[in-house]
Ligand binder design. Structure first.
Ligand code: CP3
Length: 366
């Protein structure tokens, strides 16, 4: 059973994620615990990145930093961690210097035998569960806490490429040269994702997001062939496990960056994240029960106040239009993570603009 936590005072995010109408759009940003915040950089200068992930006190501290700074303006916390903790749990070494680096990536399918045959998530990733429980307690119900993991395709990409890659040439070579072995690895990762996400809910996560950040590198056919089946598997197995263990049936978000939203919606998640290349009006044909999240171009935050206000207003009008003129099933966010270099007060202004423009009947374009 779930543990007891302080009652939630702001459930806007959870209502929007369930496709309900809200008085305004809930808002948070991906990477909101990150290097654009001076208080994050201050904590980070004394600790390695994965040391911060592995130390519940530090992970909680940086998760709460944006919640304190933007109190009353931001509607969710996301646990500070990284998608690459799953490859680590599978036995791979991952460093962050400054981007992700795997000293010994998977080269050919025979390298899969180097991975741990089974992964006990409580043992390998218990530190994340501890950080979640601690953070949820310390949030005192102010806003809900989001848990997350990487999608199998995105994680497999890092495990094969050994870091970030522009073309994902090696990982895609696997798909075309070794489709069966690729599929086996993808489903092996998917099963760990399920165990890991169940553990996060048990620990206190109130919504879960799966990041398929590399989805857009696949053709629609390859997304359907390789990624989508693993995402469907995660959504369905996860729901089954939450029900059978009497855990809360938390809403699920899929952020498949660059993938067609109509294809992503087939995975069976409650909310589909949109990147900034999508016009919300173009997904108006999705059922209204499917919530949408997004999708301001993160670079707008470098454009100054006038641009931020104008673009938030434009985005709001598009999401409201997509939902028949009401604020229904929309979670405001950026179309990808916030980047270092953003002025924290400009993010504050972004939040204020969402509050101002996301309710129907709000003033016209400035
Ligand atoms: O959103 C949040 O605030 C929660 C924390 C979070 C981090 N990474 C912290 C982080 C989340 C949700 C992630 C997810 C993640 N990690 C993704 C999926 C989202 C996306 O951006 O597409 C990916 C692909 C990764 C892998 C990763 N981690 C990369 C490619 C990098 C380097 C790029 C960069 O931004 O520097 C990281 C590092 C990372 N993860 C940082 C943070 C705050 C910065 C590292 C630092 O502090 O030095």
């Amino acid at each position: 059973m779930e543990q007891t936590f302080p009652p939630l005072k702001n459930d806007l995010l959870l209502r929007a994620a369930r496709g309900e109408q809200t008085e305004r759009a809930p808002v948070w940003v991906m990477r909101q615990a990150g290097r654009y915040l001076p208080e994050f950089r201050e904590t980070r200068k004394d600790h390695e990145f994965f040391e911060m992930c592995r130390t519940p006190e530090l992970a909680t501290e940086v998760t709460l930093q944006p919640i304190r700074r933007y109190k009353g303006l931001v509607d969710a916390a996301i646990i500070f961690s990284d998608i690459l903790v799953i490859p680590q749990a599978m036995g791979m070494e991952v460093l962050m210097n400054p981007g992700p680096f795997f000293p010994d990536p998977l080269d050919t399918p025979s390298d899969v035998s180097k991975l741990s045959p089974t992964v006990d998530v409580d043992k390998e990733l218990g530190y994340v569960f501890k950080a979640i429980t601690r953070t949820r307690t310390m949030l005192e119900g102010d806003v809900p806490l989001i848990g997350f993991c990487g999608a199998p395709w995105t994680l497999m990409g890092y495990m094969i490429e050994g870091g970030s890659s522009k073309t994902l040439q090696k990982a895609k070579t696997w798909l075309f040269k070794y489709p069966e072995e690729s599929n086996a690895l993808l489903f092996r990762i998917a099963d760990i994702c399920v165990d890991y996400l169940v553990g996060q809910v048990k620990a206190g996560a109130q919504l879960l997001q799966v990041f398929d950040s590399n989805a857009g590198d696949l053709s629609p056919y390859d997304f359907i062939t390789f990624s989508l089946p693993t995402l469907k598997h995660i959504a369905s197995k996860l729901r089954e496990r939450l029900t059978s263990q009497s855990l809360p049936s938390v809403p699920l978000t899929l952020f498949a960056k660059g993938a067609s939203p109509t294809l992503a919606a087939r995975a069976g998640f409650d909310t589909i994240g949109l990147d900034w290349t999508v016009d919300p009006r173009d997904v108006a044909s999705l059922p209204v029960e499917v919530a949408l999240q997004g999708n301001l171009d993160p670079s707008v935050l470098f454009g100054g106040r006038e641009a931020i206000e104008r673009e938030v207003c434009r985005m709001s009008q598009a999401f409201l239009a997509a939902r028949g003129g009401v604020c229904r099933g929309w979670i405001a966010n950026l179309g990808h993570g916030i980047t270092p270099g953003v002025e924290p007060d400009d993010l504050k202004f972004f939040f204020e603009c969402v509050h101002k423009y996301s309710s129907p009947g709000s003033k016209a374009m400035p």
